[in-house]
Ligand binder design. Structure first.
Ligand code: Z16
Length: 828
């Protein structure tokens, strides 16, 4: 009978192929069909945006086909599945990525050309899906791409925010935030599933009941909100598999408050119901600081509860014994925001499925794998007990019970060491009593992951030391990676073709280890010539973008030196700007012959500051103030330009990264958990100027430190340097800070507090003590850049050494070491 059903499945696949053909004529018919009947424009008159919409809908049809087949296949095979829970996914655009992963980009390009459209132009019409802040959120997106490509039976869960990350606009050099209502023009990449919805409860009280002498708890909620599923197909590359990213939107619940309708206040009753939607309204734009806001906690529980109900419903469709739950389900907790899932599963098992505590606890302990992305213990999430108790009264009880059991067990092991017991407790006493979400996550997970080796060392010795001493076997690391599909194939098509040509295969797109094959050609003058050509093409594209955006014309012969990431004091954009001021000062004070030796630079900085982060906003303003002076100084000309790229996001990154020569990753050692943009630059053959922090340590091992520009204090030196009463701050540093302080770039009063952050003795991020070594690394980069051959070789070796930093490798490691899942490939 299994042969029979296989035969039936194969017939179905063939039938599907009949529906959706991929030859240029069928594609054209399809696009025109969607112009007429989906977009509802006449086929004789539609613009680029409407063409993009129609095109996307025809791609969407093909995605849905594979997504259905994958769903069926997983259902039939019933493998253990991974559920990836994250409050943020930074997907960016979908069109190019989709057609490339579906393997029909060229077919579409041909079809469009025959209709008089250019694929690239239509792809530019799409806005970004920016449902996340930065590194952590983009990491989730890269990992989804890898999970799909590697055929893992995985599914992502998150929130469908109506407003994504704010748009950054710059007015007179200051950042302003504007709402990102990304759904304004429709979203062809999601499938609304009105029939897939769950009720999520909030507030209320807990009642104790008993049946047959067994006590149990009933949570009587004070408010109920509906979670409706929106599914986003994620196609794998070179496979039929397409997995699902399910995002939840909040809607008013089906239950009505009859009272208010009866009292005749119909209008108010309807308006009040609508308030439910605010839960999924807007993404919080702070990427680190934890604020203890009720709405944020509501968002967390809302998506966790809906996801958990969905996962348990799916399990119960085919299974009736919860002891099998851990054989079929793995939960991945991305940072602590989804960690209420642990408590929620426990609650469902004991209160709703009525399992005994001990049995439920044993099951829960096998389910969760937790990844930490932070290095700063101060930044860890602490939820006020009062807040949690009022919003989720039953969960607070369960947390107390988990903590009580843990404390008892711990006392048996370590005795009455109250300081240690205190540190490890989930409940933190203090003026405001709080719940430590990281402690909860560690205690209830089977694995705790770091995102780079160095980060793992810091977790073990600092952030979670007490827990490491107790459970060393729980701690692991899986160095982050990024997907080469988006970061080379989609964003750098010229480099993609060049690599395939020299490796003689496209197989590296699925097996990125093959990139090492470029090493043997690194000195080949023919490859070198072609490699420089590709870089030139990408620099032209970037230069044009810069000119339309800022009006500044930049020289293609200059070194394009880029730092793009969220603005943070620890990431030290200020160090970069002070270095640029130093360069400016030197150029101004040079004689003619020295001036001829200056290597021209275009310094590019981009990134958003959290709306409430004053110092970060001042850094943005300083960048503009310096740019204003430098870019308009006739003495300087093409020798130095400073460009701030506004509204840095995924699609801007796709253009900036391939066009850069050098990129900066210059955080104070011990502050960047991993860093992932470095990996994207590396893949694109950009050289790295970096501190030994996060993943750059491992990058240096792969490409060789002689092919990078490393500088600055090491992690173990940082504490001593901070201790020093007055560190040896070089005169150059004092001078450039003085220039800002004295109003050389204007805005004297405004920049005062910024200058104060790097005053001797207060310079927490050690800009002063790293300054000399930073300038040396920069001088080294200048020297190597003029040696074209050597530079190109280093560039090729960067790409060649980037294989380890693919999220394909990361996902394989997680699957084997944490999740225990295996590939489940849908037949073609
Ligand atoms: C975030 O993006 C990261 C850490 C964090 O605590 C919160 C947010 Cl929103 C970043 C890390 O800073 C970065 O080093 C790392 O590469 C990234 O997460 C992915 O792990």
């Amino acid at each position: 009978s299994s042969g029979q059903s296989r035969g039936k499945a194969e017939r179905m696949f063939r039938l599907m192929d009949e529906f959706l053909k991929n030859d240029p004529m069928s594609l054209q018919k399809d696009i025109i069909h969607h112009v007429e009947f989906t977009v509802a424009r006449s086929r004789f008159s539609f613009d680029d945006f409407e063409a993009y919409q129609a095109l996307s809908h025809s791609v969407r049809d093909r995605l849905i086909e594979r997504w259905h087949d994958t769903h069926q296949h997983f259902k039939k095979k019933d493998p253990k599945r991974l559920y990836f829970l994250s409050l943020e996914f930074l997907m960016g655009r979908s069109l190019s990525n989709s057609v490339i992963n579906l393997g029909i980009r060229d077919e579409y390009a041909d079809a469009l050309a025959q209709l008089g459209f250019e694929f690239e132009v239509l792809a530019e019409q799409e806005g970004d899906a920016a449902l996340g802040n930065g590194g952590l959120a983009r990491l989730s997106a890269c990992q989804m791409d890898s999970l799909a490509t590697l055929d893992y039976p995985a599914m992502g869960y998150g929130l469908r925010y109506q407003y994504g990350l704010f748009r950054q606009i710059i007015v007179d050099g200051y950042q302003h935030e504007q709402p990102d209502f990304w759904l304004n023009f429709g979203n062809p990449w999601e499938i609304e599933r009105v029939q897939v919805s769950y009720s999520v409860k909030f507030y209320g009280t807990v009642e104790e009941k008993a049946s047959n002498g067994v006590k149990y708890h009933v949570w009587v909620p004070g408010e109920t909100v509906e979670a409706v599923a929106y599914d986003n197909p994620i196609p794998g590359y070179g496979t039929r598999n397409a997995i699902n990213l399910r995002l939840w939107a909040a809607k008013p619940s089906g239950q009505y408050d009859l009272e208010s309708y009866n009292t005749g206040d119909y209008i108010n009753a309807v308006v009040n119901r609508q308030k439910a939607e605010i839960i999924s309204n807007v993404l919080y734009p702070d990427d680190r600081s934890y604020q203890g806001k009720e709405l944020r906690l509501k968002q967390q529980y809302f998506f966790v509860s809906a996801s958990t109900q969905d996962i348990i419903r799916r399990f119960k469709d085919d299974h009736d014994n919860f002891d099998e739950f851990p054989d079929k389900v793995a939960f991945q907790i991305n940072e602590t925001q989804p960690s209420l899932a642990i408590v929620e599963v426990m609650r469902v098992l004991i209160d709703e499925e009525r399992l005994a505590w001990k049995r439920a606890w044993e099951i829960v302990c096998k389910l969760f794998s937790f990844t930490s992305h932070s290095v700063n213990p101060e930044g860890l999430e602490k939820i006020p007990v009062d807040l949690l108790g009022s919003l989720l009264p039953r969960h607070l009880q369960i947390i107390y019970d988990i903590n009580h059991n843990f404390m008892e067990e711990l006392k048996k092991k370590i005795g009455q060491d109250y300081r240690r017991l205190d540190q490890m407790s989930i409940v933190a006493e203090g003026t405001v009593k709080t719940i430590r979400m990281a402690n909860l996550s560690i205690i209830c997970s089977h694995t705790v992951n770091g995102v780079s080796r160095l980060h793992y060392e810091l977790l073990k010795t600092r952030v979670f030391k007490e827990f490491y001493d107790l459970w060393p076997q729980k701690f692991q690391y899986k160095t982050n990676g990024v997907t080469q599909r988006r970061w080379i194939v989609v964003s750098n098509p010229s480099l993609c073709s060049l690599i395939s040509k020299w490796l003689g295969t496209e197989e590296w797109i699925r097996n990125v280890d093959l990139l090492v094959g470029l090493r043997e050609h690194a000195s080949n003058p023919v490859l070198q010539q072609e490699w420089r050509m590709v870089k030139k093409i990408n620099k032209i594209r970037l230069a044009e973008y810069i000119e339309t955006l800022t009006g500044v014309e930049v020289s293609l012969d200059a070194m394009f030196d880029v730092q793009v990431k969220r603005i943070h004091e620890y990431k030290r954009q200020l160090l970069n700007i002070l270095g640029i001021i130093h360069r400016y000062y030197c150029i101004k004070n040079m004689n003619e012959s020295d001036r001829k030796k200056v290597v021209p630079r275009v310094c590019i900085i981009g990134g958003k500051a959290a709306p409430g982060y004053e110092i970060a906003k001042k850094i943005i303003k300083l960048c503009h103030a310096v740019a204003e002076k430098v870019n308009n100084d006739a003495d300087v000309g093409d020798l130095l330009k400073l460009i701030f790229i506004p509204d840095y996001n995924v699609s801007v990154a796709e253009m900036v990264i391939p066009g850069s020569d050098l990129s900066q990753h210059i955080s104070t050692a011990g502050h960047e958990a991993s860093g992932t943009s470095s990996m994207k630059f590396l893949m694109n053959g950009c050289l790295l100027l970096a501190t030994a922090d996060g993943s750059t340590v491992e990058i240096a091992e792969e490409v060789g430190s002689e092919n990078m520009f490393l500088f600055g204090a090491k992690v173990h030196e940082v504490p001593q340097l901070r201790e020093k009463a007055t560190s040896e701050v070089p005169i150059q540093f004092v001078r450039v800070v003085r220039m800002v302080r004295d109003g050389y770039f204007g805005f004297k009063d405004y920049f005062k507090s910024l200058c104060d952050t790097v005053e001797d003795g207060k310079d927490f991020y050690l800009l002063g003590s790293d300054f000399s070594s930073y300038l040396e690394a920069q001088a080294m980069a200048d020297r190597e850049f003029v040696n074209e051959e050597k530079w190109t070789r280093m560039s090729i070796l960067s790409t060649a050494g980037s294989g380890r930093f693919s999220s394909d490798r990361t996902m394989d490691e997680y699957s084997k070491l944490s999740w225990g899942i295996q590939p489940c490939k849908c037949p073609f």
